[in-house]
Design a protein around this ligand. Structure first.
Ligand code: ACO
Length: 482
């Protein structure tokens, strides 16, 4: 888990202004906040549910208002997530800030509580497990979007682990999201070994790059526009607008929570909840003077060898902005290396440079994991690169998407039928629902998944057909962790 994931999971999540409207996202449930079990609850008012685990109950609530001190229930919940992600307990001031962001996110806070505790131990008001949900749009390519059911802040206290608390929380939650009409749930993970059993599959990847900037970077084409420094505080207004442009153009992108706005502004840092006084920021202006990209970066210290600048966020609405920002990064004096953890797998930077070997990949990691809850809605909402027909048999251990489906695509638009009886006898492909999540955004190749044993091919050429059908207009890329 990256520092950023720890911090985002520990702190707060929200929606970039104007990005969370259900009207914006196709495939949204009829009720805008359906699936958010805390919707309609007053601050700290809770819904309590018994669960199938003797000795525990689940409570769902909304955080207390930010103009009050955080309520005791909210404070205990936040302390539990901090503990789960090995972060310091928040101070009162940090708690107030986090609660404000949680409210802005419209997050449901869910906790599992013991029904009795021994003297001296953390009391019954302290959750032994935390879980939180909110909604934001996911760009699914070809200009389409779904309102995603996003899951975050999953922790189970070490003394209560491996008793089925996560399984109980996630099974309950996914059932509620399915019932509310969400076609897709999503999360970013601490460990890749946990969520496949619940039907999630990795759908986007990114890589850490280390760029040798000794003597500056030389580009094959001249950069356009200009770059100017700004104060990080200016990014509070600008970053969400620039991100919105990036998001609209980028399949796999997930609308950002309010935390990112504060991170960009420097009021929260990656390493702690203290303001980051070392953060610097630059903007790219296109030839018409419109701002179309920003980078947030930090000098990593004089003891780095080669002397290094670390990019914590780089959002470019187009290739010109990306090149301009990299040219700027390459021109920072007294610095010979720039690192960036969120580069796209197919990042165009090497293609921009006269010496593509200046860019080295030091790490590759999955980012966005999807869970298809409603295959018909999910498959009909997205658009396709090719026409054709494909039948798939899906296995789903939680039962939400189990069944056989025929996808018939004409002019890039799919009709998806649920099959019954004899029609189910000869699917082209069969797979676990987690594999469908991985190919859904074109991020994983069905031919490779078949070679890896994740897809069974029953008719010759059908994995290649699936590859053509599921390819997107652009490679899926997500720079939002939650
Ligand atoms: C979206 C996010 O927030 S990602 C962050 C996830 N949280 C963390 O990493 C914080 C530290 N870890 C934890 O808090 C806990 O160990 C959790 C949340 C990962 C697991 O919680 P638990 O209540 O122990 O899980 P639970 O008992 O329900 O186990 C369910 C299944 O997952 C498996 N599992 C649980 N944790 C892991 C793991 N870290 N790696 C592999 N498998 C795991 C269990 O073996 C079990 O498998 P099975 O039912 O198929 O036999």
């Amino acid at each position: 888990m990256t520092n950023l994931e720890q911090q985002t999971a520990d702190a707060s999540f929200g929606n970039v202004a104007g990005e969370n409207s259900a009207e914006q996202a196709a495939g949204s449930p009829a009720k805008p906040a359906a699936g958010n079990p805390a919707q309609g609850l007053a601050s700290e008012q809770q819904v309590t549910r018994p669960v199938n685990l003797p000795g525990y109950e689940l409570r769902t609530f909304r955080a207390a208002r930010d103009d009050e001190a955080a309520g005791a229930q909210t404070a205990a919940w936040m302390a539990a997530t901090s503990q789960g992600f090995h972060m310091n307990e928040p101070t009162d001031e940090q708690l107030k800030q986090r609660v404000a962001l949680v409210i802005e996110d419209n997050r449901a806070l869910i906790g599992a509580y013991q029904l009795e505790t021994p003297d001296g131990a953390l009391g019954m008001d302290h959750p032994v497990a935390t879980y939180s949900t909110f909604n934001n749009p996911i760009n699914i390519g070809f200009g389409q979007s779904v309102n995603g059911h996003l899951i975050t802040s999953v922790t189970v206290r070490p003394t209560h682990r491996r008793k089925g608390l996560l399984r109980t929380l996630i099974s309950n939650d996914l059932a509620g999201a399915k019932e509310a009409g969400f076609p897709i749930a999503a999360l970013t993970v601490s460990e890749a070994s946990i969520y496949r059993r619940f039907g999630f599959g990795p759908a986007t990847w990114s890589r850490t790059i280390s760029v040798d900037t000794t003597g500056g970077l030389s580009f094959l084409r001249p950069s356009t526009g200009r770059v100017e420094l700004t104060k990080p505080a200016a990014l509070r207004e600008l970053a969400p607008k620039i991100f919105a442009k990036f998001h609209a153009e980028t399949p796999g992108s997930v609308g950002r929570q309010a935390f990112y706005r504060e991170l960009a502004a420097g009021t929260i840092s990656e390493d702690s909840a203290e303001p980051d006084r070392g953060a610097r920021a630059a903007l790219h202006y296109d030839e018409n003077g419109e701002i179309d990209g920003y980078v947030r970066y930090k000098f990593a210290g004089w003891d780095t060898d080669p002397t290094t600048v670390k990019v914590s966020d780089l959002v470019a609405a187009n290739g010109e902005a990306r090149q301009g920002l990299w040219q700027f990064l390459g021109s920072i004096d007294l610095v010979n290396r720039v690192t960036y953890e969120e580069a796209a797998i197919d990042d165009p930077l090497p293609w921009m440079l006269t010496d593509s070997r200046r860019v080295n990949t030091t790490h590759t990691e999955d980012v966005l994991w999807l869970r298809i809850l409603d295959p018909i809605a999910a498959l009909q909402t997205r658009r396709y690169a090719d026409d054709g027909t494909l039948t798939i048999a899906l296995q789903d251990r939680l039962g939400f998407a189990d069944g056989s489906y025929r996808i018939s695509v004409t002019d890039g638009v799919a009709t998806v039928d649920s099959l019954a009886g004899a029609e189910t006898a000869h699917p082209d492909l069969s797979m676990d629902v987690s594999a469908l999540a991985s190919i859904y955004l074109g991020g994983a190749d069905p031919v490779v998944l078949a070679a890896g044993g994740q897809i069974d091919v029953h008719s010759a050429g059908s994995a290649e057909r699936a590859r053509k059908l599921f390819a997107l207009d652009r490679a899926a890329y997500c720079i939002t962790h939650f």
